[in-house]
Design a protein around this ligand. Sequence first.
Ligand code: DX5
Ligand code: ZN
Length: 221
Amino acid sequence: MPSPHAPLLSPSLLAGDHAALAASVRAVEDLGLSWLHVDIMDGHFVPNLTFGPETLAALRRHGAKLFFDTHLMLSEPHRYLEAFAKAGANLISIHIEPAYDHAAALARIRALGCRNGIVLNPGTPAEAIEPLLGQVDLVLVMTVQPGFGGQAFRPEMIAKIRQIDAWRRERGLDFRLEVDGGIDLANAPLCRAAGTDTFVAGTSFFKAADRAAYAAAIAAL
Ligand code: DX5
Ligand code: ZN
């Protein structure tokens, strides 16, 4: 049985040209895509640094209409929710691993007018987020250890995706189920069969010889 949602591609800006982010956004929009994945790293929760709220705000000022799927890889995400909502985020996803009031942060994201998401690292069991499933718009299963683009997909994450999809069906929930890390046209069908409906792709999308064909292949899953 397919997921309740049609497959959707969320290209990751991390793999775009950081000196020409607006051009990368336009390239995504010109393909008729609707989502853009924006990776925010703090050099603490993950060993890398990327963008801040001002980056999103600037992209909006440059006319970006895309749905900003904002992935916060921060040790204290609850401190930055308002800033990202104001800057133009449409969805804000936060990790389960750091210690803070996850339920309160998820509720706050919705109160700020955004959709919310909960994220799990490869080493985190599905059970860690299970109590929150009724309160989220999206679950993001990391298929690499977060921090860098261009890493290899971890096939052992398929079982976790399947488990979360099973809970979604049993409980009649309709959150989106997203994968992020090492996704390409070879492993995306395996993720789809396990219940994924939302596909983040950085390297494989931006380096594709034919991005339109890449996007069409995801849409056809
Ligand atoms: C990794 C980020 C990903 C990254 C994916 O920490 O969360 O969104 O951009 O890049 P690829 O698709 O190259 O693995
Ligand atoms: Zn990401």
